[in-house]
Design a protein around this ligand. Structure first.
Ligand SMILES: Cc1cc2nc3c(=O)[nH]c(=O)nc-3n(C[C@H](O)[C@H](O)[C@H](O)COP(=O)(O)OP(=O)(O)OC[C@H]3O[C@@H](n4cnc5c(N)ncnc54)[C@H](O)[C@@H]3O)c2cc1C
Length: 459
């Protein structure tokens, strides 16, 4: 008898402890199908107390734990991967932590459980006249806990900041089973280390997030969405600056290219978005009241590429334009297992990076599909072709981004995928400080081993 499994079943009840591979498969393979590995079990606690019990039991049995939310992460951080065969990890699914308190309309805040999806949270906020400031194409499955653990960005980042900017406080279970809880939502609260912010972007390596106090924004309905053809990324960078200067209230500026559009159109059966084809496309969304519509349209029309743009002002029309951008990820995955390299750099460097990228990828025999949140300098370089376990193209693209002063992870995190390359974006002193924090909070290294910080060579 496995004593750990008996302990876990005692905490969550046997029906929430999955050991049969038919039942665990959806939790042990990631969204891209690139990362997978065996789990000792999947456990599904329903309350903070149950999470604390699970972690305490795992700590006692020295069993590694992989926290998981919606399993939409793209860097292999939420599934077992390259785990020790003799001690495979416990996957702790936080999806049953579905607490969702009424919106506090006095403060414009809400407390949400880690398992609440971003779509549910956004709908809940919207019913109270507010907006949650993070949205991403995976919103039907991505969770509050997962987006906090990865500090998810998304399409509204340039409007409201990423997840970090929404988090006022966190409740989390640490590696010894203790619970830290700071959900009071006091904006003016200067009382020492911000442990909640430490959890943001920690990728399940420092604690299991069970709930969070989140900032909401006054609802700001989009006024118009436009899609313009451009000659390439350089023109897109210039155009997004012109749009930002022309009108206030830019909610999002996204970019994609002809090869990605072709895949999306084939996969989703969509018509061409514009009468002519272009090498690149810029999608922008502007907020404002209806009274501004004509004024905005006039201000935007002085920018040459926008004279040929498609503009939508009603919900259905806007959704139709967004589909060309939002359906990229699924269309690419339908083609094969992609290498997903999510980089960011100063806007001034994007054109040069893009010019050198094709050559770098051609050497690996792959083909690139490039799109992303261009307003934030963030491009998703997806490469189809090289075998899933062949890291050559990953290395080459991340090094190219670093050479242009960029970050090797704009928003997806480091996970297992990029742990060995963290030094391209962080200094030795920074990595040493991160290891010190990790060791202090998780001395036995049971939380997500190998994620974010690569295992150290034994001396
Ligand atoms: C179609 C598609 C579009 C996407 N678009 C974007 C985008 O625009 N911007 C963006 O940033 N990302 C995007 N992503 C990536 C992904 O959706 C985000 O990383 C998201 O934050 C992951 O949330 P999740 O709940 O699915 O977490 P998971 O995938 O389950 O886990 C991700 C990481 O968080 C940890 N974790 C999960 N839950 C907890 C918890 N409760 N406590 C502690 N650690 C936890 C895991 O261990 C893992 O390291 C996209 C993914 C897809 C498939």
């Amino acid at each position: 008898v496995d004593a750990l499994l008996a302990d876990l079943a005692g905490i969550t009840g046997g029906e929430h402890l999955l050991t049969d591979q038919d039942m665990t498969g959806g939790y042990t393979t990631d969204w891209t199908r690139r990362y997978r590995g065996p789990a000792r079990c999947v456990v599904r606690p329903a309350s903070t107390e149950e999470v604390a019990g699970v972690i305490e039991a795992c700590a006692r049995h020295k069993a590694p734990v992989v926290p998981q939310g919606g399993n939409t992460g793209l860097v292999g951080g939420g599934v077992p991967y390259r785990a020790r065969q003799d001690n495979p990890p416990v996957v702790l699914s936080a999806r049953r932590l579905t607490r969702l308190d009424p919106v506090d309309t006095l403060s414009g805040q809400v407390t949400a459980g880690a398992g609440v999806t971003i779509a549910e949270l956004r709908a809940h906020a919207s019913r109270a006249g507010f907006e949650y400031g993070v949205d991403l194409a995976s919103h039907q499955a991505a969770t509050v806990g997962g987006t906090i653990a990865t500090n998810a960005g998304g399409v509204l980042k340039m409007r409201y900041g990423g997840t970090r900017a929404q988090v006022l406080g966190v409740e989390a279970v640490l590696a010894d089973g203790s619970v830290i809880s700071h959900l009071g939502g006091i904006e003016a609260d200067n009382t020492g280390y911000d442990l909640g912010q430490l959890m943001v972007g920690s990728e399940g390596t420092l604690g299991v997030v069970t709930a969070a106090r989140l900032r909401l924004w006054p609802a700001e309905p989009p006024l118009l969405t436009l899609l313009a053809g451009v000659g390439g990324i350089e023109e897109a960078v210039t155009l997004q600056a012109a749009i930002r200067a022309a009108v206030p209230g830019i909610r999002a500026v996204e970019y994609f290219e002809a090869p990605g559009l072709a895949l999306v159109r084939r996969h989703a059966g969509l018509p061409a978005p514009l009468p002519e084809d272009y090498p690149g496309y810029l999608l922008a969304e502007v907020a404002g009241s209806e009274g501004n519509a004509e004024d905005y349209a006039e201000r935007l029309s002085v920018t040459p590429p926008l004279q040929k743009a498609s503009v939508a002002m009603d919900a259905a029309g806007r959704a139709a334009l967004w589909a060309y951008r939002e359906r990229h990820t699924e269309a690419i995955s339908a083609e094969g297992i992609p290498h997903k390299l999510d980089v960011a750099m100063p806007l001034s460097q994007l054109a040069q990076f893009r010019a050198e990228l094709d050559e770098v990828i051609a050497k690996t025999g792959g083909r690139a599909i490039v799109f992303g949140h261009i307003g934030a300098g963030n491009v998703h370089v997806n490469v189809l072709g090289p075998a899933p376990q062949d890291d050559a193209v990953d290395n080459a693209v991340l090094r190219l981004a670093a050479a242009h002063g960029g970050s090797i992870s704009a928003e997806h995190g480091i996970g297992h995928a990029k742990a060995a390359l963290l030094h391209l974006s962080r200094t030795p002193a920074e990595i040493a400080a991160m290891r010190t924090v990790k060791t202090a909070l998780d001395p036995d290294g049971i939380l997500n081993p190998g994620v974010l910080l690569a295992p150290q060579e034994s001396k």
